[in-house]
Design a protein around this ligand. Structure first.
Ligand code: SAM
Ligand code: SF4
Length: 338
């Protein structure tokens, strides 16, 4: 039988793309204040009644999996480890059939305590955000002195077998833009897979500027010779946003997610659900579709699936960051779910 994701019953848009990878934000709150993401004082967090409950999250995820052909679920935030019901949500998600791949994007604080329980719940993989291995730089970027906790979280994830443990890094000019080689060496030494993400205009303070961002080309220049980087076969990239390079002939690799300078919108297979139950067809979307109201009004699975399908049809062909008329979305990254 043809899987639903490849039929008009999946989350198809008007440009022929079909979303099969769902990012679910479990909270907009965070215990760090990364300068490229949030202001020092934090944000006005969503009020509890606005947040989907654990049951509501699992219900919408099950609609995505059972009715809409979604086969990958990534839990994110804000900081998803702050969500008390996380292990239970992961358990119930991995019990869905067909079983989706389930992963987590986290800043790693508290992962040392939860890694084993998450693995036992069926979590397949984890991405930990780490922009530096220097304590002073970590404090400058995140405005918190928690590097040790993040490193402990990474080690625990590795130990628990949540492989491959991926590390996400953003380089900021004047803060850590000279640290790409040492970060890569650290990841190679520990068996983690590093991916650099170009800084995007998604911070709540609207402080992003094109002249300041560190580009994929610059990152490659810093790493190419020293680590003998070679591009892996582009054909294997598929819809993965990271361009992958082998290090010294492999098997280790390093990735670069060049959302700004080498957009991959034409191959996008993602859809997002915010912690308050809004579907977003793109990180940069300026509109959202409310599923929470219908859910709480008693809509059945077919109706929810139908609303979700309709929400995807208006997905734009590209994010438009490089257009002069580009406007940042109203919600910042931490409230969308990165
Ligand atoms: N708190 C978790 C974490 O930091 O991994 C999950 C949420 S965070 C919004 C998800 C990812 O988005 C992180 O890897 C973070 O580095 C990245 N991120 C946040 N703001 C960004 C920005 N303005 N540009 C590029 N990446 C960003
Ligand atoms: Fe928190 Fe993640 Fe944003 Fe950093 S990037 S402030 S850890 S949500």
């Amino acid at each position: 039988m043809t899987p639903p994701s490849r039929t008009p019953l999946g989350l198809a848009d008007n440009y022929g793309r079909v979303a099969t990878d769902l990012r679910v934000s479990l909270t907009d709150r965070c215990n760090l204040r990364c300068t490229y993401c949030m202001p020092e004082e934090g944000l006005d967090w969503l009020a509890k009644p606005e947040l989907l409950t654990d049951d509501e999250i699992v219900r919408l995820v099950s609609v995505a999996v059972n009715q809409l052909g979604v086969d990958e679920i990534r839990f994110t935030g804000g900081e998803p480890l702050l969500r008390r019901g996380l292990v239970d949500i992961v358990t119930r998600t991995t019990q869905l059939r067909p079983r989706p791949q389930v992963s987590l994007t986290t800043n790693g604080i508290g992962l040392a305590r939860q890694a084993e329980a998450l693995r036992d719940a069926g979590l397949d993989r984890v991405n930990v955000s780490l922009d530096t291995v220097r304590q002073d730089t970590f404090q400058e970027i995140t405005r918190r002195d928690r590097l040790k906790d993040v490193l402990a979280g990474l080690a625990a994830a590795h130990e628990a077998g949540l492989a491959p443990v991926k590390v996400n890094a953003v380089l900021m000019r004047g803060l850590n833009d000279d640290q790409a080689p040492e970060l890569l060496q650290f990841c190679l030494d520990h068996g983690y897979e590093l991916r650099f993400i170009e800084q995007m205009p998604l911070d709540a303070q609207h402080g992003w500027s094109r002249d300041q961002m560190v580009t994929a080309d610059e990152i490659l220049d810093m790493l190419c010779d020293r680590f003998g980087l070679a591009a892996t076969d582009a054909a294997t990239r598929g819809s993965a946003p990271a361009e992958s390079f082998t290090v010294h002939g492999g098997p280790a690799t390093v990735g670069i997610i060049a959302s700004v300078t080498r957009p991959f919108c034409g191959d996008c297979d993602r859809v997002r659900l915010t912690a308050d139950g809004q579907v977003r067809d793109c990180l940069f979307a300026r509109t959202e579709s409310d599923l929470r109201t219908a859910l709480r009004a008693g809509a059945d699975d077919e109706e929810l699936a139908d609303r979700w399908r309709r929400a995807m049809r208006g997905k734009l062909p590209g994010h438009g960051i490089n257009d002069p008329s580009f406007l940042q979305p109203v919600r910042p990254m931490s409230a969308i779910g990165g």
